[in-house]
Design a protein around this ligand. Structure first.
Ligand SMILES: Nc1ncnc2c1ncn2[C@@H]1O[C@H](COP(=O)(O)OP(=O)(O)OP(=O)(O)O)[C@@H](O)[C@H]1O
Ligand SMILES: [Mg+2]
Length: 197
């Protein structure tokens, strides 16, 4: 239970997809969940407007940087607060980080996604020094069987933990945006990722 944020400075890595998938899978287990869209692109909010009711996912568009207070208030009301954030380290992203909880950093097995990680590592380190409780976890997304070793070697000095289970490239993730649920094996994987298993 708690706050789970999806964040990376790099665009298109799967933040919105995995935030939506997490909210949907948690609600599917009967958990009370709110999906907070902190990205003005509005992907998660749009998904929630169209399909949230189908899965029992409530939502909130939050594009002002006051999430720390909001997360506290929402945590009292919802078992899970799932936050989707923009591809930047802007004030709104800083406030998402200050909401604390599990911080999932999706990356594709691609160098630009890996190269952007030290920026996230630095800000996590700073916030921890400022006594924010953050539990970061890098997860490979859209994995198509490529070797992860070179990427893992590059990530190691940042001291960011990496999920041992990459999320595969799968058409079911694109089908979320047509209002489809995830199949059982991917549901299990997503629940493990957010720490709900
Ligand atoms: N595991 C996956 N398998 C297949 N397609 C995926 C997967 N994860 C994400 N995608 C697709 O990749 C694209 C980008 O994903 P998404 O919008 O979630 O990224 P994002 O990090 O939120 O992007 P932005 O930085 O613009 O907010 C989407 O078309 C989505 O359907
Ligand atoms: Mg997004």
């Amino acid at each position: 239970m708690g706050v789970v944020s999806f964040l990376h400075q790099k665009g298109g890595t799967g933040k919105s997809t995995l935030a939506i998938a997490s909210a949907l899978c948690l609600a599917g287990r009967g958990e009370k969940v709110i999906l907070v869209d902190a990205d003005s692109q509005g992907t998660s909010a749009e998904w929630a407007n169209r399909f949230g009711h189908r899965f029992g996912v409530e939502s909130l568009s939050q594009i002002q940087p006051v999430l720390e207070e909001d997360a506290r208030r929402l945590s009292a009301e919802f078992a899970w607060v799932v936050i989707d954030s923009p591809p930047s380290l802007s004030p709104i992203t800083q406030s998402v980080l200050q909401a604390g909880g599990r911080l999932i950093i999706p990356i594709r097995p691609a160098w630009p996604d890996v190269w952007a990680l030290p920026w996230v590592a630095a800000i996590v380190k700073k916030l921890r020094r400022d006594r924010y409780t953050l539990d970061p976890l890098v997860v490979f997304n859209q994995h198509q069987g490529e070797s992860l070793s070179p990427f893992l070697a590059q990530i190691a000095p940042s001291n960011l933990p990496v999920s041992p289970t990459p999320i595969p490239y799968h058409p079911a993730f694109a089908a979320l945006f047509e209002g489809q649920p995830l199949p059982a094996d991917l549901t299990r994987q997503v629940l493990t990722l957010v720490g709900a298993d």
